[in-house]
Design a binder for this molecule. Structure first.
Ligand SMILES: *[C@@H]1O[C@H](CO)[C@@H](O)[C@H](O)[C@H]1NC(C)=O
Ligand SMILES: *[C@@H]1O[C@H](CO)[C@@H](O)[C@H](O)[C@H]1NC(C)=O
Length: 401
């Protein structure tokens, strides 16, 4: 009798004690782990968090975003830890930083932690918005370097020095609210070297391969706590071009992700842009193949976790049915994640592009999701969160036995 009671209490504890998320995310084989339990990342992109939070009167938008996200079970956000030159810079010029912006990012990290959301921080942009590789190259030119392409970002020693200094500055920053150094903050799930690495001037992929190797090793020399991913969209190199949409960007999903300091692979999915002259059904079928091929390759060749770090579809040209069609698109990604994850596979989560708070109309890009305005999409998102959470609980139980 006594044993029976103890047994029931044990079962109760095992079923109802939530897996603890308050640790660093690590990898084990093709899985992400937190505190010895597999970790699944259902999340969102919100590049604007630091930008908005740098203005204390706007910070409620950041808080409400994390609160609503957490209400839908979302547990990961991907955002920019860069704004180079231009309007509202974080880095005003090489090595010179704007404290207001940094405190904005500090606030974002504090709110994320408060709502149990982990964060992926990207360290520079491929594109011109918020400065990007172009701004770095211009800075070096104004210091007398003779450069003629923004792709010199990947090879010029002075530019590489600027970028390494940015890595070091962000990683060693002490959060002004918590006092914790970024490199020691478990709220950060991973660093990302660059948002959507592209080096069109070198289709061999060598420039990018060498750059990732060097920067990954530099970052890891400062921070041994956090995971690192490169920021790739998933395009294949010259050995497998037939799997790409019909263009090359100088990256190689296989070789780049085989670099030992890269902990997990990432994939972006924008068939509406990549196959813009195809119809919705063809784009959806491309999406399915794109997801599955990368899952297979991460599983069989890379032996590393795979995160669907960006996916989205513009509702602009979807007509009256836009919310149904978008849901079907999201569901294709969510099903691929769940079906892989539930079998112990390599897909560890997905982050849609992009989440906005209410009252941010100027940030709308036709890809935005505002949870309160999109009931069917919100339901889908919550369902995926619950399904992934169930897998996690199942593993947590197995582990405890
Ligand atoms: C926050 O920054 C101010 C200066 O801007 C500094 O005096 C203070 O010690 C910092 N607080 C923490 C917790 O780092
Ligand atoms: C779309 O909505 C508009 C206005 O509500 C309506 O006039 C039109 O017939 C609808 N088109 C389709 C294909 O349902």
């Amino acid at each position: 009798m006594k044993h029976k009671l103890l047994f029931l209490i044990l079962v109760f504890l095992i079923l109802y004690v939530e897996a603890d998320d308050d640790g660093f995310v690590k990898t084990r084989g093709v899985q992400l782990m937190v505190n010895e339990t597999p970790y699944y990342a259902n999340g969102f992109n919100a590049y604007w968090l630091m930008y908005i939070a740098s203005d204390p009167s706007q910070r409620n938008k950041v808080s409400s975003t994390f609160q609503e996200a957490a209400n839908h079970g979302l547990n990961i956000a991907r955002t920019w830890a860069f704004s180079d030159g231009g309007y509202k810079p974080l880095q005003c010029s090489p090595g010179s930083y704007n404290e207001e912006m940094f405190q904005g990012l500090d606030f974002v990290m504090g709110e994320a932690r408060k709502y149990g959301v982990k964060v992926i921080l990207s360290l520079v942009n491929n594109y011109e918005s918020f400065g990007g590789k172009k701004q770095y190259v211009e800075w070096a030119k104004s210091e007398g370097q003779s450069l003629d392409s923004e792709d010199d970002f990947f090879t010029n020693a002075v530019v590489k020095g600027y970028y390494k200094n940015h890595i070091k500055t962000v990683l060693t920053r002490h959060n002004n609210f918590s006092g914790v150094a970024y490199k020691d903050d478990p709220t950060i799930m991973a660093w990302e070297l660059m948002n959507e690495i592209i080096c069109s001037s070198d289709h061999s992929g060598n420039s990018v391969q060498v750059w990732i190797t060097e920067m990954a090793s530099y970052l890891k020399s400062i921070d041994g706590n956090h995971l690192l991913e490169a920021g790739l969209e998933g395009f294949y190199g010259l050995s497998k071009t037939e799997s790409n949409p019909n263009f090359q960007v100088g990256t190689d999903f296989i070789a780049n992700n085989q670099i030992s300091n890269i902990d997990f692979a990432t994939l972006h999915s924008y068939p509406d842009q990549w196959l813009s002259s195809s119809g919705y059904e063809d784009q959806l079928s491309f999406l399915s193949d794109w997801l599955n091929e990368h899952i297979q390759d991460a599983q069989n060749i890379l032996h590393k976790p795979l995160l669907f770090a960006e996916f989205g579809i513009s509702t602009k040209n979807l007509g009256n049915d836009s919310s149904t069609l978008r849901d079907k698109f999201f569901n294709t990604v969510y099903s691929a994640v769940y079906s892989s994850a539930s079998g112990g596979g390599t897909a560890v989560g997905g982050l849609f592009w992009q989440l906005l708070a209410q009252g941010m109309d100027s940030f709308r890009d036709d890809y935005e999701v505002i949870l309160a305005e999109s009931p069917s999409t919100s339901t889908l998102i919550s369902q995926e969160s619950r399904k992934l959470k169930r897998i996690r609980k199942m593993y947590a139980r197995l582990h405890k036995h």
